[in-house]
Design a protein around this ligand. Structure first.
Ligand code: GLY
Length: 371
């Protein structure tokens, strides 16, 4: 097996590595052992992922002499709530975990966020390791320490910043992902190119299809570059006081679209982000900040890999620009009543703006939805 690629999240004594490789699960135990304070872990996963990957992870933990138990939760976004957090914590306490016991989150964003939050609060904080198995989790949610659960008032409204001790991204695990989920995760990969990595965007234009189709080298490079991009931003602004907000490119529009569609199967998060990024660039073009060619280039690339770039006739739904801007005004990133938008002066030149006139946003949506 070739050595995994390595990216570092530089956060002083909370720094950690992200390892990216093909078939990393088989060697997970040996990578995890050096970061443990006690040779014991509790693996948290869901039934879908457990069926695919738990046995391989458990074997590698046993091979590395790490004692392990597993907690297997139901799959899906509804698991990321207070009730499942309570159940998970109760189970951890039943298993008599100690402060040195670590949790291992094996799964997608739901498992990573929930497990990370449980690790942040149980016994006033224990260590955890992320083993993300979806593209979205490998390039975004497993890196950077955002953990939490959803509430009746909105998504991710309860949580904490709690950095993992290690992230193991096994790109071979992506082969078991449904194509639609893979594509949705790919939108977050493209995001890093649009934010501040124009060469990466150009690379994606040439290799995006290989990433989607499963070329191992292309997948590893795409995940590694994405993690490098995120690690750099997180190291500079862990608590999202400023620059980390750039990672929300496409998310303000996307979140509004998701809110309208009920955060469900009709529109996946990554699909909403893809459309949201196009809208963010279109808004930048409308305000004479960005060349129209860059927005067209983004649209072309997303469409080339198979992602929808507009909402016009999405599943026959009628969209209301006013309702969408109302969702934006309720976004948790609103400060003093103003929504912060991630805009761009071009591909690779994103910036934050608190001065966007909401009537321009509404006008853009009206034009786009009527088009
Ligand atoms: N997913 C955005 C962030 O981690 O800041």
């Amino acid at each position: 097996m070739t050595a995994p690629l390595r990216q570092r999240v530089a956060l002083g004594d909370r720094s950690y590595d992200i390892l990216i490789g093909d078939d990393l699960l088989a060697a997970a135990g040996s990578h995890i052992a050096p970061v443990l304070r006690q040779r014991r872990v509790i693996v948290v996963t869901d039934t879908t992922v457990a069926a695919l990957h738990l046995a391989a992870l458990e074997r590698s933990l046993s091979d590395a002499d790490i004692r392990h138990e597993a907690v297997v939760l139901p799959p899906g976004e509804q698991t990321k709530d207070f009730a499942h957090l309570e159940k998970l914590i109760a189970r951890l306490l039943e298993l008599k975990i100690e402060r040195g016991t670590a949790l291992v989150a094996l799964g997608g964003g739901v498992i990573g966020d929930l497990t990370g939050f449980a690790a942040a609060v149980v016994l006033r904080g224990i260590d955890f390791v992320q083993v993300p198995t979806t593209l979205l989790a490998q390039v975004d949610s497993s890196v950077g320490g955002k953990t939490g659960i959803n509430t009746a008032y909105g998504k991710n409204l309860v949580g904490s910043f709690h950095q993992p001790r290690l992230v193991l991204a096994d790109t071979a695990a992506l082969s078991s992902l449904p194509r639609r989920q893979l594509l949705a995760g790919y939108a977050e990969v493209v995001k890093y190119g649009v934010i501040d990595r124009p060469e990466f965007f150009t690379w994606l234009e040439g290799h995006g299809t290989a990433v989607i189709e499963g070329d191992p080298g292309a997948r590893q490079h795409a995940v590694s570059e994405s993690c490098a991009a995120k690690a750099e931003i997180v190291a500079e602004d862990e608590r999202e006081r400023g620059r980390r907000g750039l990672l929300n490119l496409g998310h303000t529009f996307g979140h509004a679209l998701e809110a309208e569609t009920g955060f469900g199967d009709e529109l996946l998060h990554g699909e909403a982000v893809a459309i949201g990024m196009v809208l963010a660039l279109d808004l930048s073009v409308r305000l004479n900040l960005c060349p129209a060619a860059d927005s067209a280039r983004l649209r072309r690339h997303l469409a080339a890999v198979g992602l929808a770039t507009g909402v016009e006739r999405f599943q026959g739904r009628i969209w209301s620009p006013r309702r969408l801007t109302e969702h934006m005004a309720r976004d948790k990133k609103v400060t003093d009543g103003r929504t912060t938008f991630v805009m761009a002066r071009g591909i690779g030149r994103a910036f934050l703006s608190e001065n966007v006139d909401i009537t321009e946003v509404e006008a853009l949506l009206t034009d786009t939805l009527a088009a």
